[in-house]
Design a protein around this ligand. Structure first.
Ligand code: NZQ
Ligand code: ZN
Length: 389
């Protein structure tokens, strides 16, 4: 196990009706908040009204900025920064999924920074301060409600890039599983694929002696595999949603990578797909991850055998570990497919004409590699994309 430091400061407020506490919680940080949300789902479901009523009841003023799109855009982040500089809210309240939360994080980091907020995404500058933010989560998926991550798409050139910073950990995140009842089935499935990918990116590591986190990851994947079909069949199954929502947060709040190095190549490759084709992140991952596994499994036969046996209950073939592994990968892919997800580029109506471009963008024209479990060069990324065609 590697040395590590771990602190996740986000207070989780979990359970039925908890969004009604938001005014009281926000009042501890601010007299005025920026209320940030996405399309029309929050208004349609009545969540927006409950949030506004709770803020008003607690005497918290708000300025609002809606319209965050999935794969959130830099232009709206810039608008949010302008709005914050004008109205000076002391807290940004993100009501939505990963896209709204990431947009809020970028605004939070951008407000006190004198330069262009995109600098954080290109590595030109590091986040040194951010105004506080908080979230009300409406979809278990990205894990942004308790993560250091922030992923934004720059419409100029369609670059989707991330930064990580402890400054953008939300102060508090409200998780009410009831809010997920209204999710379209496809978004549920995409969320599940993202949660599983966050777990698998951490699972495939070269770090030795990480049994505790291995077993936590395996248990978390199994929880998702058991409960997501339940919520798809019964969208108002609170108990199953509660398992999915909490597992989704733990999958990405950095607990499960303590003492181990994750991979993250599949995420980098997926970001190139969703940047260009604007597909849901989870759908892109359902396509990339199985192909990535097929491409790299020979790097560590023991770890992949463990994956197949412990996560997918494959009967170990003692004479051919490879057959055990391929059966595990096949069950993984079949599960994603059973949720209604694409598992090939063609399922998303994406052809291979821009594979080289995506591979080049992902590796800065082969001047860098992606992934830690196996370091991938431009040609490897192209090969993985071709495997997923
Ligand atoms: O915009 P609205 O109308 O709210 O609709 C949203 C959106 O269309 C809808 N939705 C959300 N909650 C709903 C609902 N519809 C009905 N009822 C509800 N309760 O779902 C759609 C997808 O929302 P989005 O926020 O895009 O989903 P998700 O949470 O999957 O976020 C995806 C983004 O997060 C990034 C992804 O790259 C992508 O841009 N990620 C962020 C990470 C992080 N910050 O740590 C890590 C992840 O790996 C990921 O990269
Ligand atoms: Zn993800």
């Amino acid at each position: 196990m590697d040395n590590f430091r771990f602190l996740n400061p986000t207070r989780i407020i979990f359970g039925r009706g908890t969004e009604n506490q938001v005014g009281r919680e926000a009042a501890g940080y601010a007299k005025k908040v920026l209320l940030h949300y996405g399309g029309d789902s929050a208004k349609k479901t009545g969540l927006y009204d409950r949030v506004v009523n709770s803020l008003k009841a607690a005497g918290v003023e708000y300025v609002e900025l809606g319209g965050v799109k999935p794969n959130p855009r830099l232009s709206l982040v810039r608008e949010g920064i302008r709005l914050c500089r004008e109205h000076k809210p002391e807290l940004i309240l993100a009501v939505g999924g990963g896209s709204v939360i990431d947009s809020a994080k970028a605004i939070a980091a951008g407000v006190p920074y004198a330069g262009d907020v995109w600098d954080f995404f290109t590595g030109k500058a590091e986040v040194k301060a951010a105004i506080p933010l908080a979230t009300i989560l409406t979809i278990p998926a990205a894990g942004s409600e308790a993560s250091t991550g922030c992923v934004i798409t720059n419409e100029e050139g369609w670059y989707k890039r991330a930064f990580n910073s402890e400054y953008v950990y939300p102060q508090f995140s409200i998780l009410n599983p009831e809010l997920a009842f209204t999710l379209p089935k496809y978004q549920v499935a995409c969320g599940a694929a993202d949660i599983i990918a966050h777990l698998m990116e951490r699972y495939f590591t070269n770090t030795q002696h990480v049994e505790f986190t291995d077993r936590l990851i395996e248990a978390t994947v199994k929880t998702i595999v058991h409960n997501v079909p339940l919520v798809l069949a019964q969208p108002d199954n609170y108990d199953a949603w509660a398992e999915v929502m909490w597992a989704g947060t733990i999958a990405h709040n950095n607990l499960l990578n303590t003492g181990r190095e994750g991979d993250w190549a599949s995420h980098d490759i997926e970001h190139e797909i969703s940047a260009i084709y604007d597909v849901a992140h989870g759908a892109g991952l359902a396509v990339v991850f199985p192909a990535w596994m097929k491409y790299v499994y020979k790097h560590d036969i023991k770890r992949f055998t463990q994956f197949a046996v412990r996560i997918w209950n494959v009967d170990e073939n003692f004479w051919s570990p490879e057959l055990t592994i391929l059966e595990g990968i096949s069950r993984h892919e079949a599960f994603l497919k059973s949720l209604g997800l694409p598992t090939r580029l063609a399922d998303m109506e994406i052809d291979t004409s821009r594979v080289e471009e995506m591979a080049a963008k992902c590796t800065s024209n082969d001047s860098s590699t992606t992934g830690h479990f196996v370091e991938l060069h431009q040609k490897d990324v192209a090969n993985i994309l071709m495997l997923s065609k």
